[in-house]
Write a new protein. Structure first.
Lengths: 1175, 527
């Protein structure tokens, strides 16, 4: 066989070898074939730089071409890797825009004829010698006619502010071609290792990258196939496409499961030397670090989630993915394998943090100590393995589990030879689960009492429910230190609050184990808070107790509580060490009610009651459930007392007493807390909403609980008369009380599926409120609503607040309520809603409201005060209670004995069983002098009101002549204050003592008493009239335009503009605005009333004594005079009768106040004398 | 008349030029030939020796075929009129400290292009000892250095090429290697630059540019650590990369018309290494002869009258031998297909002539102790007019010396090829069947040390017995041919009447010696 005179393998053959003539020159078909026949070791992994024999200034480009397209080429592997790396850098640039960018410098080698001619003449710029050399030797032929060697681009790589120049060239034959320096490039690159590599081999790419690469490469293939024109190198085009297809195929092999769907993206600001290369710049991007192998899934419920990215740097990720650690991407091109090095990990963690990416180690998920509970304790919501211990997790661990159920199922305990292993199964974004393990040896395990004094309100968890409160108290020397309650939402909101990415990452790490930095931002030494990005509160903390053996705190946790965290008691050596948590499982609300609700609140002087009306369940009185949760498991009988300052501890029906209790602050509270205790911030900010020190008080009124109450009374902690107090100190308490009440109501409704924003609130206020009081009341309510509504929720415009006078509401009740439809059958109806402090009136003629009014004479005046002043009555009702009252009131402390007794009686009356007990005692003692005295007191009040109403009815006859033809009247009694009058008869008997008393009105109205029927009627549901009436009102109708007619009721001698003037009883109240100084009050009209009282009630009152005159006329004058004198010009000009009180009712109240005194004493003072045997 | 130009690029290119010159001396070359060398390594031993050969050739030819007293006419001896360009050697970067960076000067805004294509080390590589196996550096540096418009060396070449467009044909042959530095870099680069010059001038006919590309065929001791010159064990991988490049280049670009590829399947072991500089003097090797024969063939061909139709691809020519471990005359390609024995006849005669010359030179020179009165009586002495020659003038001395130098060069070249071919068979010794010049050795060949090439001591003169032996045995007859003449036959012929009257001085007898050295009747160059 012939042998070529060439350096070929001995057995090299070629197609025409046999035809070759020995000793002759013959053509040889392919130098490629010849090259392949050289007797050298067949390798494809030679470094491109080692091949130096291409005799061309463009050798690098040529080498890339040769090596890329020939799989047997010595440098094929490395060139292909570099080429693939370059395409990957293009494809993933938008995804890694924070890591690097690319730029292209265009170089134009095309010399125009003009330029050439110019140069020949020595004109125009001369190209550099390098440019000339390259132009002289410029390669020929491209894969498409659109690609020109004369227009090339050099690609720079820019990362972290540094520019790596001449990384690659845009090549007309291979699209991209690595430059000679490419091997020097060292990160940050999207794949592992940080230096140039074939990503399908190197690995470490984020999950979504494979999808992007596939799409990108597919697009390149499509683009190349679509190219028009005749390519000089059609074979090369096919080879190029073949290489891209092969790359694509390798990417497809690497793709494990689906990453996030990528979005189309362009590489910005790339100047392509020719349109042909434009295809390189069109790519896709995916959602940031979330698609890296080590990415953790945070399943947020709000926007904060997108602002934090977490990577788990632990070998368990590789095991979960069934990959080598060096093939698992973490961040910034690093792999798990690399980050096993502590120093490198620290560097990368710091670098990642600057981009808002948090690299986590297993230890960030676990507490440093494992705490077992001493015998007897059990944490109800902890997973089974941890019922008798804390769950040794860090708050950060919460981020990666979808609530209690998932977390409980993901953490378990395994006994090991030298301790216990806690195993946590953490879901990865890749869909797999990493199994983290932490061993606690004997040195890391301690036994402690369970943290029993820990409670949480309410007992449900909802995204839109922000009113979560945590209360705890512990002995820092002996007990676990309770730190805070936290949830995913809370942590995310805090992380989102970081001003910079680095700050966010730092915040995130602070929630990891081994650190207590979070608490450093919410210092326990003062009331403080964590705030979110918009300044919204995410955690508020107040330390209400701070003594050496007791630390007590109250936290508001708007984002909910999924776990409460603890630390060990501080030691000298280590301080407190994070010790894990107890889990909290508060179920979501039920949705057994309608979507919307209307709530009506009758904010009474002594009691408050609220109703709700929903489509599904109709109208009902609101009752409060016990919504306290004890996650650490202690729930004993002593707790209600301990917690009463903070939470409504027991189930409680409406009405509630309108009473607040100040929170006790033990230890040495800070000035800030003291100030708050003294004067709660009326604007509810910046001090915590919900840290109201009087919150949630519901007194325990059952027998035997008075001692506790007595203590509160003794300390002056109970606040009464919230509704009417004009003191600037007490006024904010109204807000506190109402807010607390509304929050509790909202919780009840939320638990049944009605969101806070879907509640329409209706409130009543007494007609007797002055205009200022009314507007203050309204603005208070509006402020509270702003505070408790979920302003972030995207719901329809908040439902408007509706306020109505109590009289209007009660009138609506009597007119419309089905229970009352048969009650008032007459054409003329007079309604009295006798509350604790106010009695509201309404007059309906032929069902139409023709008048309404209000007086401040009600149950507290004629009933409660009488009981306060006549303890025997209380003894008759409940002898034991009286002892307690006496005992409590006998002690001298902050308040007078009388005041304390008043408060205690108030509470006594407020209790649910009072009515029944009173009824029993009444039957036994009705004729006892003290009981007779009570009746006289009550009849004086009612008689006076009837007389005054008669005056009104008289005056109304001018406007409503039909009134003159009336022959009967139904008088409807409502309100808790009216209850007593049931004992005087009712439910339509027209000859009862009550009916007789009511005739005071008929007579004063001018009707002929004979034959005129008076029917007293009682409401079926006393105290509910106003609330129910509020719900019956049509909000669209607005406030009824009823004339306000209030007669003076007494003769007033006053200075007026034209000198001394007498204002008669029938003159309207606003006439008093003409008075400039009251000189005297004449009691002629009042005497007429007392005369009628004697006739219809059977007892007499003699006001002739000077003491009596002083007590009634003098005090009335004393009340009215300054009012008139002190009236401002503005008030006078408005002439609103609501700003004044009718002198008759003032006098009546003064009389009733005297009548409510100790019975014997008042009988002497007022000459009260029972005529006959009485009733 | 078609101009014939030969450019030897780099050391290996020079060696092939040397071989071509010897072929020319034997009558295988064209009538005229302009020769130049390109080498960055100014002191390259191969180039130096080729240059010496060139000088010796030109001096000999000047003395023997010029207008002087001693003239040979009607013979193929030193037939080709060899000349040089304005300079025989062009060195791209004559400054000692030049580098690619300095060669390119100010880069302006093109620094990125520079960084893209060259590493920093390459950019700053000192070029004074060549391109050190970095062909792309050489390509760029050489291109930067070539001043086609102003450098006499290039002006000469370009003008001749351009003249081809006016009707005078031009055959330009570039000779270089695919490995190493200067040759590898310059071989295609110079060809492309010149071809593009033609393209720019619109010259599509009359000019042929071809090349002889030497592929690896020898090996030497690996360099010491740190040396960056071409390593023998890297030659093949580098060649492979280069071949792929050529493959692509030849496919898409009309660079060469023909490219002769020559190499060897097993390495000719040189047994030493000398890293560049003047010490790099590699012995002549058989593939260079094959290449030279190819070159002569190229020059013997006619330039195409019409431009090739859409011809882009370079025609690649290779040759083959019959047996791996044997090389004979039948394995050498012919210069002209119609004269299959021409190479044998011309080279065979030249070798035998050399033997004759080594014997006859002292006689003709009348050296003491050699020339005796008895010769004066011989027929050839009178017949060729030697009795009337003034042996004391400068012309006589010059002629004798120049021919002697030429013959020595030739003999050493041929003898070296012969001796080293035996070492080229890899595991088996190769049978070298072209010639046997052992009789020329004054002593056994030897190697001084590991850094020295093989020294082939050619005998200053041959005694009658030695001459007879050498002459008779130097070249064998080809199978089927009649037995060759012997030294005795030569003597008889010289004693017969002179063959040509156009010779003068010593020309007559030398021409007779040459012609009577022919390997067989009817196989001389004229046939």
């Amino acid at each position: 066989m012939a042998v070529y005179n060439l350096p070929l393998e001995a057995d090299f053959t070629h197609g025409d070898l046999k035809a070759a003539k020995i000793g002759a020159w013959r053509t040889f078909g392919s130098l490629d074939g010849l090259a392949s026949g050289l007797p050298i070791e067949k390798r494809t992994d030679v470094a491109p730089d080692a091949l130096k024999s291409i005799p061309d200034a463009w050798a690098q480009v040529q080498l890339v071409h040769d090596a890329l397209f020939d799989s047997t080429h010595e440098a094929h592997d490395q060139v292909r890797a570099q080429w693939r790396a370059l395409l990957t850098l293009f494809a993933l640039q938008p995804t890694h825009k924070d890591d690097y960018t690319l730029s292209i410098d265009s170089f134009d080698f095309a010399t125009t004829k003009e330029e050439e001619q110019g140069r020949a003449k020595g004109q125009g710029p001369r190209p550099t010698r390098l440019r000339s050399v390259l132009e002289e030797l410029i390669p020929q032929g491209a894969v498409a006619s659109e690609a020109k060697w004369s227009r090339l681009g050099v690609v720079d790589f820019i990362a972290r502010g540094e520019r790596f120049e001449a990384l690659a060239m845009l090549s007309p034959v291979t699209l991209v071609a690595p430059g000679r320096r490419i091997a020097l490039l060292d990160g940050p690159l999207p794949w592992k290792g940080g230096s140039i590599a074939d990503p399908t081999v190197a690995g470490g790419l984020r999950r979504g990258a494979w999808t992007i690469l596939e799409k990108y490469l597919d697009q390149l293939v499509t683009g190349l196939r679509k190219l028009g024109g005749l390519a000089d190198r059609p074979d090369d085009r096919e080879k190029l496409i073949g290489q891209i297809e092969a790359f694509k195929k390798d990417c497809a092999t690497r793709k494990q499961g689906g990453g996030p769907a990528p979005e189309p993206a362009e590489i910005g600001n790339l100047a392509y030397p020719s349109p042909f290369f434009g295809m390189l710049g069109r790519t896709w991007t995916s959602g940031g670090p979330a698609d890296l192998d080590c990415a953790l899934t945070v399943r947020p419920r709000n926007v904060a989630a997108s602002k934090a990215q977490f990577m788990l740097v632990d070998a368990s990720v590789a095991r979960a993915l069934e990959r080598e650690e060096h093939d698992v991407s973490v961040w910034g091109g690093a792999t798990l394998g690399e980050l096993a090095d502590e120093t490198l990990f620290a560097d990368r963690r710091a670098a990642a943090a600057k981009k808002g990416v948090v690299l986590l180690r297993a230890e960030d998920f676990f507490a440093d100590t494992f705490v077992r509970f001493q015998a007897g304790a059990e944490a109800e919501f902890n997973p089974d393995d941890f019922k008798r211990s804390l769950v040794p997790l860090s708050p950060l661990a919460l981020l990666f589990f979808d609530g209690h159920s998932e977390l409980s199922q993901s953490v378990s305990l395994e006994a090991s030879a030298d301790g216990v292993d806690v195993v946590l199964r953490v879901p990865l974004a890749a869909g797999k689960t990493a199994l983290l393990r932490r061993r606690y040896g004997p040195a890391e395990t301690i036994e402690m009492p369970a943290p029993g004094d820990l409670a949480l309100w309410p007992n449900f968890e909802e995204k839109d429910w922000h009113w979560n409160y945590l209360r705890f108290e512990y002995n820092p020397k002996a007990e676990l230190v309770t730190r805070f309650g936290a949830s995913r939402e809370l942590i995310l909101a805090d992380v989102a609050g970081g001003a910079l990415d680095e700050d966010k990452a730092k915040r995130a790490l602070e929630w990891g184990s081994g650190r207590c930095e979070v608490e450093a931002r919410v210092t326990p030494s003062r009331s403080s808070e964590l705030t979110g990005p918009s300044g919204e509160t995410i955690l508020q903390r107040i330390r209400f107790a701070a003594v050496s053996d007791s630390i007590g705190e109250h936290h508001w946790v708007p984002h909910g509580v999924e776990a409460v965290f603890f630390a060990t008691p501080p030691s000298r050596e280590r301080g407190s060490v994070p010790a894990g948590c107890v889990l909290v499982d508060r179920p979501a609300s039920t949705s057994d009610d309608s979507r919307e609700a209307t709530v009506a609140v009758d904010f009474g002087t002594s009691n408050t009651i609220a109703f709700v009306d929903t489509v599904r369940k109709g109208l009902r009185r609101i009752a409060f459930q016990n919504r306290l949760v004890f996650p650490a498991g202690r729930n004993d009988a002593a707790l209600p007392l301990q917690y009463a300052d903070f939470f409504p501890m027991i189930d409680h029906d409406m009405p509630l007493p309108t009473v607040l209790k100040e929170r006790q602050i033990s230890g040495t509270p800070t000035d800030e807390i003291r100030a708050f205790a003294a004067d709660p911030d009326p604007n509810l900010r910046p001090l915590p909403v919900g840290f109201t020190h009087l919150a949630f008080f519901t007194p325990r009124l059952a027998s035997g609980s008075y001692l506790a109450l007595s203590e509160s009374v003794k300390n002056g902690q109970l606040k009464f008369d919230l509704k009417w107090s004009d003191s600037s100190k007490d006024r904010p308490l109204v807000r506190v009380y109402l807010r607390q009440l509304m929050l509790m109501i909202a919780a009840e409704l939320r638990q049944s599926g009605i969101r806070t924003n879907d509640i329409q609130w209706r409130f009543s206020f007494p007609q007797a409120f002055t205009q200022d009081q009314e507007s203050q009341f309204r603005s208070t309510l509006e402020d509270i609503l702003k505070g408790i509504r979920d302003e972030k929720a995207e719901v329809q415009a908040a439902l408007p607040l509706m306020v109505q006078t109590e009289a209007e509401a009660a009138a609506a009740y009597f007119a419309v309520d089905r229970d009352q439809e048969n009650a008032g059958s007459s054409q003329l109806i007079l309604m009295l809603d006798i509350g604790g402090g106010t009695t509201d009136f309404a007059v309906r003629l032929d069902k139409a409201l023709i008048w309404q009014g209000s007086v401040r004479v009600a149950g507290s005046h004629f009933f409660r005060d009488y009981l306060v002043n006549n303890p025997k009555l209380v003894t008759d009702i409940d002898p034991n209670q009286m002892k307690e009252i006496e005992q409590a009131s006998s002690e001298r402390s902050l308040t007078t004995a009388e005041s304390r007794r008043s408060q205690l009686v108030n509470l006594f009356v407020a209790r649910a069983t009072f009515h029944r007990e009173f009824e029993r005692a009444y039957l036994n003692h009705a004729n006892d002098p003290v009981w007779v005295g009570l009746r006289q007191c009550a009849e004086t009040a009612l008689g006076g009101m009837m007389h005054y109403l008669g005056l009104v009815l008289h005056l109304l006859q001018d406007e409503h002549p039909r009134l003159r033809d009336m022959r009967s009247i139904d008088i409807l009694f409502g309100g808790r204050g009216a209850t007593y009058f049931k004992h005087l008869g009712g439910s339509r008997p027209s000859d009862s003592p009550l009916a007789s008393l009511c005739r005071l009105a008929v007579e004063r109205a001018g009707w002929a008493a004979d034959g005129f029927a008076v029917f007293p009627v009682f409401s079926g549901q006393p105290k509910e009239e106003v609330g129910r009436g509020l719900l019956l009102a049509d909000p669209a109708a607005g406030r009824p335009k009823t004339p306000v007619l209030l007669p003076l009721g007494l003769d007033i001698l006053a200075q007026a503009e034209n000198g001394r003037e007498r204002f008669g009883p029938e003159e309207r109240l606003e006439r008093l605005y003409d008075a400039q100084g009251i000189e005297d009050i004449l009691l002629d009209e009042f005497d007429a009333f007392l005369k009628g009282l004697r006739e219809h009630a059977g007892f007499s009152i003699d006001l002739s004594s000077s003491a009596a005159q002083k007590a009634v006329r003098g005090r009335t004058l004393a009340k009215i005079g300054p009012t008139i004198r002190g009236m401002s010009r503005r008030v006078r000009d408005q002439r609103n009768p609501q700003s004044l009180e009718a002198p008759f009712t003032t006098a009546l109240r003064c009389l009733v106040e005297q009548m409510a005194g100790p019975v014997e004493e008042r009988n002497r003072l007022l000459g009260v004398e029972q005529l006959g045997s009485g009733r | 008349m078609t101009a014939k130009m030969l450019l030897g690029v780099g050391g290996t290119g020079a060696k092939v030029v040397e071989a071509i010159l010897h072929c020319c001396g034997a009558g295988l070359g064209p009538a005229t030939l302009q020769v130049g060398f390109i080498d960055q390594d100014k002191s390259n031993g191969n180039v130096s020796r080729a240059n010496q050969t060139l000088t010796a050739y030109m001096e000999a030819r000047q003395n023997w075929r010029g207008d002087g007293a001693h003239h040979i006419e009607g013979s193929d001896l030193l037939l080709t009129e060899v000349s040089t360009f304005k300079r025989s050697l062009w060195t791209p970067h004559p400054d000692d400290n030049s580098s690619l960076e300095s060669a390119l000067g100010d880069l302006g805004g093109d620094g990125k292009l520079f960084d893209l294509l060259f590493t920093q080390e390459e950019q700053r590589l000192k070029l004074d000892i060549g391109y050190q196996a970095r062909a792309h550096v050489g390509s760029a540096a050489m291109t930067a250095a070539i001043r086609k418009e102003s450098d006499p060396f290039w002006v000469d070449i370009v003008n001749k090429l351009v003249a081809a467009g006016g009707g005078d044909g031009v055959d330009l042959l570039l000779v270089g290697s695919a490995f190493g530095g200067t040759g590898a870099a310059g071989f295609p680069t110079v060809a492309r630059l010149l071809r593009r010059e033609l393209d720019k001038k619109g010259i599509k006919k009359g000019a042929r540019i071809s090349g002889v590309l030497m592929l690896p065929y020898f090996g030497f001791t690996p360099p010491k650590r740190g040396e960056t010159v071409a390593r023998a064990d890297e030659l093949l991988p580098q060649t492979k990369a280069a071949l792929r490049y050529y493959h692509d280049l030849f496919e898409r670009e009309h660079v060469f018309d023909d490219a002769y590829l020559v190499g060897w399947n097993s390495k000719f072991e040189l047994g030493y290494h000398n890293p560049g500089k003047g010490g790099q003097i590699n012995p002549a090797l058989l593939p260079e002869l094959i290449a030279a024969v190819g070159a002569c063939g190229f020059f013997a061909g006619e330039p195409p009258k019409q431009p090739p139709k859409e011809r882009v691809a370079t025609r690649v020519l290779v040759s083959a031998r019959k047996e791996e471990h044997r090389f004979g005359w039948g394995d050498l390609p012919p210069v002209r297909d119609e004269k299959p024995n021409e190479v044998y006849a011309q080279l065979g005669r030249q070798i035998r002539f050399a033997a004759a010359w080594k014997h006859w030179q002292p006689i003709l020179n009348r050296d003491a102790g050699v020339f005796s009165g008895s010769y004066r009586k011989r027929a050839w002495f009178k017949g060729y007019g030697l009795d009337g020659l003034d042996t004391t003038d400068a012309a006589f001395a010059g002629a004798m010396a120049s021919m002697d130098r030429y013959v020595d060069q030739f003999a050493e070249w041929a003898l070296t090829i012969q001796l080293l071919s035996r070492q080229s068979g890899g595991s088996a010794e190769m049978a070298f069947d072209l010639w046997d010049m052992n009789g020329f050795l004054s002593q056994p060949s030897f190697r001084k040390d590991e850094n020295s090439p093989l020294t082939v001591p050619v005998a200053r003169t041959l005694s009658e017995a030695a001459y007879a032996s050498a002459f008779d045995r130097a070249v064998g007859s080809r199978a089927g041919d009649t037995p060759l003449t012997t030294a005795a036959d030569l003597m008889r012929a010289l004693n017969a009447r002179p063959r040509s009257s156009r010779n003068s001085g010593l020309g007559g007898i030398v021409e007779a010696m040459h012609s009577n050295s022919a390997v067989a009747a009817g196989l001389d160059g004229g046939n």
